[in-house]
Design a protein around this ligand. Structure first.
Ligand code: URA
Length: 478
């Protein structure tokens, strides 16, 4: 019997397994010993095993993919199962992974599916709490996955919350993102994780906003959100109350369909931006990298609204940062407006796209996505209190005016929506200029965008002056 002492990680097992396979060691002769309690982040000096070549044997990539997931199963016999399957792929049937009724293959696939579900739950149920320590502002969460799958689940949080430092603690392992690198350290029990803060309130408010009593299926809910997770979910405290109040909430929901983001109390744009960064009011958050919130000073007299972030904005986290942004910048310059004095935002704050090969093709947001996002736009504009809102294109127009406008006909004049105090003006979206059918069309639309921005600037100055003089004249004389 050979005892293979290895760090219980996929890569370490892979090297050892290949070496044993090259020597044709039968699975019954190996004892996989996980005595090296190594976790990434702890270094201990060991002789690094070298990979031996298995002449003429190419491992089925499907097996490698499944194996890289199954390696994080909690089951102690996973290494035996993996090596046995590998050995059988070499000696018995190189197409073994296609034999769906084979016991080993069946077990591997079940475990992989189980772990994928566990990762999905991690993505759904991790709730960050905000803490400030000597290292600054950080977000921390404690979670208990069924399997040891933190390493598989953590990169999602890096993509989604890459702009802030966070740590996720589990009993097995902890993951840390410091804006530069993802590192791992030992796990901790829940008792060592006492953090509680006001983000709990945000989650409760958010959960209330998405809770749909018409779809309450308690069994399904408990299966999806097992009791085990409840202790870490701030919203768990309110689930029972919400279910009890379901009939009244059904009525309320019927009145308020479709769903819109519920904006928790906030005092400034930074707080609002933080709230929006965890918004899940529509499904667009799932595939976008981040919420792309508005950008510009809270004192801006003009707010410019676009449609939604594109590919560049989704990565950079700033509106109008790509080709459409270049057109906007050129138009602003010709209109003698400084971008740094304007608040620029979008009607929808997540990038909606369809993956085609390696590209992400822009998709127009639907009415319910615009509706879901509108509270953020309203809250931004309520804080900035501009003199005029410039709506670029039909999506921004629809979102703010509450009707589908005809940009070509309505652009360049003052419009007022039913619900808003601010004047609004429609103009061409820079993408419409980029997509124009001919050079002449492009030049005309661009000139019209510049003219509209100039007019907005003049109107804004007039409103500011008349407001200041009105304020002045209404002041009681001493
Ligand atoms: N198009 C938009 O409408 N907004 C952006 O931020 C970028 C492109």
């Amino acid at each position: 019997m050979i005892t293979v002492d290895f760090e219980p990680e996929f890569e370490a097992w892979r090297i050892e397994a290949r070496n044993q396979l090259a020597k044709n060691t039968h699975p019954s002769e190996i004892m996989w010993s996980q005595n090296r309690t190594g976790q990434a982040g702890f270094s201990f000096i060991v002789d690094q095993p070298q990979m031996t070549k298995n002449e003429n044997f190419r491992v089925d990539p499907d097996f490698m993919k499944v194996a890289s997931i199954v390696a994080s199963a909690r089951d102690d016999d996973r290494w035996d199962l993996l090596y046995r399957t590998l050995y059988r792929l070499k000696h018995e049937n190189s197409n073994l992974m296609k034999v769906t009724i084979d016991d080993d293959v069946l077990r591997l696939r079940r475990l992989a599916k189980d772990i994928a579900r566990d990762i999905h739950k991690m993505h759904a149920f991790v709730r960050f709490k905000e803490i400030r320590d000597e290292a600054g502002l950080r977000y921390v969460a404690w979670h208990q996955p069924e399997h040891r799958c933190l390493k598989l689940g953590a990169p999602f949080f890096m993509r989604r919350f890459g702009d802030r430092a966070w740590s996720i603690f589990t009993p097995d392992l902890s993951a840390h993102w410091d804006l530069k690198a993802l590192t791992y350290s030992a796990g901790i029990p829940l008792s060592d994780f006492p953090h509680k803060d006001d983000m709990d309130e945000v989650w409760k408010t958010y959960y209330k906003s998405i809770f749909n009593p018409a779809r309450v299926k308690i069994k399904a809910m408990q299966a999806e959100m097992p009791q085990k997770y409840w202790q870490n979910l701030p919203e768990a405290e309110i689930i029972r109350d919400l279910i009890r109040e379901a009939p009244e909430r059904l009525e309320e929901l019927a009145r308020n369909q479709p769903k819109a983001a519920l904006v928790a109390p906030h005092q400034n744009l930074d707080q609002l931006r933080r709230l929006a960064s965890v918004c899940q009011a529509c499904p667009l958050f799932e595939h976008a990298t981040q919420t792309v919130f508005g950008d510009g000073p809270a004192t801006a007299r003009i707010v410019v609204v676009g449609e939604q972030p594109g590919d560049n904005e989704d990565h950079e986290g700033r509106p109008f940062a790509g080709p459409a942004g270049k057109i906007l910048d050129q138009a602003l310059k010709l209109a003698e407006l400084a971008r740094s004095e304007i608040y620029v935002t979008n009607a929808v704050k997540h990038f909606k796209y369809k993956p085609v090969g390696t590209t992400r093709l822009h998709q127009k947001p639907t009415g319910s996505e615009m509706h879901a996002c509108r509270p953020w736009l309203e809250a931004e504009i309520a804080l900035v209190k501009p003199e005029i809102v410039v709506l670029l294109g039909a999506t921004a127009g629809t979102s703010w005016l509450g009707r589908l406008p005809r940009v070509g006909e309505e652009r360049g004049r003052l419009l007022r929506s039913r619900d808003h105090r601010e004047d609004a003006m429609l103009s061409w979206h820079p993408s419409a200029i980029l997509r124009a059918a001919s050079d002449a069309d492009r030049e005309q639309k661009f000139a019209e965008l510049v003219a509209d921005l100039k007019l907005a600037s003049e109107l804004q100055q007039i409103s500011s002056v008349s407001r200041t003089s009105a304020q002045r004249s209404s002041k009681p004389t001493p």
